[in-house]
Design a protein around this ligand. Structure first.
Ligand code: DC
Length: 227
């Protein structure tokens, strides 16, 4: 398998870029953040506090998360229900960043993510794919952008959807999620030693996609030469 791992902070454009690159390369796109989001949704719906590790850990045994593909689109199934429409709110984003630090939550999803990459060429995005989930991925990318640029993109996306929002608040939320994701004990967000850095602050989507594909092609050529 030639798996591509893409990690980076919230709002760097990972999913947009990975989706297009997957289509161009004929790979399956796996959005691991969506799985963590489905778990967070369960805790919110069941009034389980994100700060209560014991309650979160206990509730993990009630949760079944899986992934399906419908018309090539990833669908996250939480206890039998397609929850794609409910996992992109700011409330879910913050809860996800909080509960993803717990071992019980991470262990639950690790095996599912690894088995998805075992039989298919995948582009998988998240926070710990290159460092922890797929340490042997042949291509590893760390995709980032400045906080100001990430907030600006998020603001544009939200206002285009007709959602009223404040760019300063978005910037603060992104900074808080960065801090939580980078400073947790288990599988924190960081660039793997063998990952290639792409800063998308000044790149168009197409330029960033091309950068990913070029890094993949270089890796594929090197692997062929090694035999
Ligand atoms: O990529 P995203 O914004 O959908 O991710 C939401 C949160 O999930 C993120 O703040 C941290 C967590 N996450 C994680 O801990 N590990 C991953 N591989 C993917 C996401």
């Amino acid at each position: 398998m030639h798996n591509i791992a893409i990690d980076g902070p919230a709002g760097a454009g990972k999913s947009t870029i990975a989706k297009i690159a997957a289509k161009k390369l004929g790979f399956i796109y796996v959005d691991t953040g969506a799985m963590y989001r489905a778990m967070a949704l369960y805790f919110i719906r069941n009034n389980i506090s994100g700060g209560d590790e014991e309650a979160v850990t206990k509730a993990c045994s009630e949760i079944d998360v899986s992934i399906e593909y419908q018309n090539r689109k990833q669908v996250v199934i939480l206890n039998g229900e397609n929850v794609n429409a409910f996992i992109r709110t700011e409330q879910v984003s913050m809860m996800t960043s909080t509960i993803s630090k717990y071992a019980a939550v991470r262990n639950k999803l690790l095996d599912i993510q690894r088995s998805l990459a075992k039989t298919k060429d995948v582009i998988m995005d998240g926070r710990d794919i290159g460092t922890c989930v797929l340490p042997d991925a042949k291509t590893k990318i760390y995709l980032t952008a400045s906080i100001a640029e990430r907030a600006r993109r998020r603001y544009k996306e939200q206002t285009e959807r007709g959602i009223d929002c404040d760019i300063k608040q978005i910037e603060q939320d992104i900074a808080l999620r960065d801090k939580q994701d980078m400073n947790r004990e288990i599988a924190p967000l960081r660039q793997a030693e063998d990952a290639v850095l792409i800063d998308s602050s000044d790149l168009t989507i197409n330029e960033a996609v091309d950068a990913v594909i070029n890094i993949y092609k270089k890796g594929a050529t090197a692997a062929n030469e090694r035999g």
